[in-house]
Every structure is written in C-alpha cells, then in structure tokens.
Design a protein around this ligand. Structure first.
Ligand code: MRU
Length: 361
C-alpha cells in the first residue's frame, strides 16, 4: 500500500536482508528496520516490531531462510531445527507463523537439507518469498470477495489492526474496505482503540487516513453504544487462528463485539487468508491464547506535547494486572468467513471447503 505516494510492503526482502516497517513507533514515525540474522527476526516478532498474523508468518518464513544462510555446512540440519524452535517460540497464537515456518523448513528438507546445503538455502529463500507473495495475493482477493458485502454508504466497525500492517500487503478485515473505496463506494469505518497496545488507534486509523477512508477512533467501551446508535451496520475483524469447527481466535475484545452484533442483528464477518486455518485444532478451546507482559496494561505510551515519544503509568505502582492478548469467538456468532476463495459459513463444512479450495485437504 502507499505511504505518501510510495508503495511499501510490511514485510519485504531487499539486498539479501529482511526489511520490516517498525510498528511500535507508528503513527508518530514511519521508519523501516533491516535484519540479516534470524535471532534479530525472532526478537522483532516477540517485541512486535512486526505483528499481525500474516506479517509474522512472512517474517518468520524469511527468518528461517536467514537461518539457513547462517547454518554451517557441517551442522546444517540441527542449526535449522534450533532456529525453527526459536522462531516458533516467539508468539503462540497466530497460526500463520507456524504455517510459514513449516513451509520453509519442509522446502529446505525437500531440497536435500544438510546433504545439499546450498540447494536447501536457495529453496528456503524461494519458499519464504512464495509465502510472502501468496499472503499479499490472498489479502487482495479477500478485498474483492469482501467488498461485495459492502453497500455504498455503509458503516463498518473493526477491532485491532487487521489491515496491511498486519499482513504483507492489503490486510484481511480492511482489504474489503480498501477495495470498496477504490471501486468508488462510500465507506466509513469505526475503529476500536484496542487497549492495551492500541493497534486500532495507532495503526488502523493511520492506515485508513493513508487510503483516504473516512474513520473515527472510539474508546473500546463505546462499541455497544455506537452500534445501537447506527454508527455502523457491518463488523469485520481479522483472525489469528481458525479452528476446524469455525471457532475464531482474534484480538482480545472480539468475542464481546460478536455478542453485541448478534444481539443487535448486525452482520459480523471474519476475514482471513486460508493460511490462518489450523487443521490440527478441532475447536477454539484448543487454540493457545497468549498472555503478554502486564506492563502493557500498566503503562500507555505515545507522542508527548514537547514532540517526543514517551510512556505514562495509569495504575498505582505494582498494581496486579492480567493481559490476555486474544479471545475466541464461537463459530455460531460469525456470519461468514471471508477468504481468498470466497465467503464461507463459519462451520466444520465451511472450513473444510476453504481447505479444499486451498488444496490442503
Ligand atoms: O497482537 P497482534 O497485534 O499481533 O494481533 C493481531 C491482530 O492485529 C489481530 O488480532 C487481527 O485482528 C488479526 S491478525 C491479522
């Protein structure tokens, strides 16, 4: 997508290095960081320099390709296996990370692994590139299918950031909005702030401004009231992992939005590339939910009046907190899964049909 007229990908490969948009400093500063070591990539995923399901899937894939380049000829397989574990241990919930890592590891092994390390290195990088390109293409296709659900003049609510910063390009939940807008429809977006890390306020609003989409950020608590007031008619969120029965894990707070939408009869869609589906996960109860550092709840941060960037504590010193990063929305509350292959019911049959369309059944 465009930043000041220049096209960027959230996760890119340039001159033998992985290049990431530095997300914690957005929207105050736009900058990119380059890395050539898989341990740097692991740190970037853990600290959320790169975040969002598709983006960490592509970054992890490139990270493992970098590890293949770093691996000594005599110890290639063990080094790659250890790097795979290190990258997989960074964040537990988003399935795309394990999907990307799995594809790169399998490609390196199929090319000969430690028996033919140079071939394995080439194959790993080619596969990482394919994971990234497919992520961008899938999200663009989600835009086409999802835009058909949006009437001219519609109000859309979204939670967290499932835009292009959460993927390689386009995004999942926001791709239909961008497509509809580029097709000439009028769409306005209500953006949940999404505490504690405020991905809605910091990232989604910045993205929407860049695409010229009218929007307003609301405090998280305002969602139900705004829904009742008719501020939006459709809710579209992303997902970090979808179970085989259609249950959906997404940013903490999503479940409550789905309950409110159902209560008020508003459409509630979940947009995702098929790489977010975990065929080994029978139900949402089997999805691991990340619990992050409590300081994300204790402190908030942003631009300061003097033009700097800083944080402030909002609770008393040492206050106990809890910080679950995701929740599970039962399939029964989801009106449709918007994927690169079309819109499917959130059910066992719907998920099986998506996997079949993706050639993964
Ligand atoms: O913790 P994050 O920022 O990596 O969480 C990911 C998200 O932004 C969302 O839950 C999103 O809606 C789905 S991932 C595209």
């Amino acid at each position: 997508m465009l930043v000041d007229g220049t096209p960027y990908r959230t996760v890119d490969w340039k001159d033998g290095q992985l290049v990431l948009i530095d997300q914690p400093v957005l929207p105050h500063t736009f900058s990119r960081v380059s890395m050539d070591d898989h341990l740097q990539v692991a740190r970037a995923i853990r600290t959320m320099v790169v975040r969002g399901a598709g983006a960490i899937g592509a970054a992890g894939a490139y990270g493992l390709a970098l590890a293949a380049r770093q691996a000594p000829n005599g110890d290639f397989d063990a080094y790659l296996a250890q790097a795979h574990r290190t990258l997989a241990d960074t964040r537990p919930t988003a399935q795309n990370l394990f999907y990307g890592l799995g594809r790169v590891l399998a490609a390196a092994q199929a090319a000969g692994g430690g028996e033919r390390p140079d071939d394995a290195r080439d194959a790993a990088l080619t596969e990482a590139q394919a994971v990234a390109d497919e992520d961008a293409a899938a999200c663009e296709a989600i835009g086409h299918h999802g835009a058909a659900l949006l009437e001219d003049g519609v109000g859309v609510a979204t939670h967290c950031n499932a835009g292009w910063l959460a993927f390689v390009d386009w995004g999942s939940a926001l791709a239909p909005v961008y497509r509809a807008r580029r097709d000439g429809k009028s769409v306005h977006v209500v953006v949940d702030e999404t505490r504690p890390r405020s991905q809605g306020a910091r990232l989604t609003a910045w993205e929407l401004a860049g695409e010229g989409v009218p929007h307003a950020v609301i405090a998280d608590n305002a969602f139900g009231h705004m829904a009742r007031q008719g501020a939006f008619q459709v809710v579209i969120v992303g997902s970090d992992r979808v179970a085989r029965n259609g249950d959906v894990a997404n940013k903490i707070g999503t479940f409550g939005r789905a309950v409110i939408a159902r209560h008020l009869g508003l459409a509630f869609y979940v947009a995702l590339p098929s790489s977010t589906i975990d065929p080994d996960c029978p139900t949402g109860a089997d999805i691991p939910i990340e619990e992050r550092d409590g300081d994300e709840v204790r402190w908030t941060w942003g631009a300061t009046d003097d033009g700097g960037f800083g944080r402030v504590r909002t609770v008393y010193d040492g206050c106990p907190v809890r910080n679950p990063a995701f929740d599970v929305t039962p399939a029964g509350l989801v009106d449709g899964l918007v994927t690169e292959h079309g819109v499917f019911p959130a059910s066992s049959d719907g998920v099986a049909a998506i996997l079949a369309a993706a050639g993964r059944l």
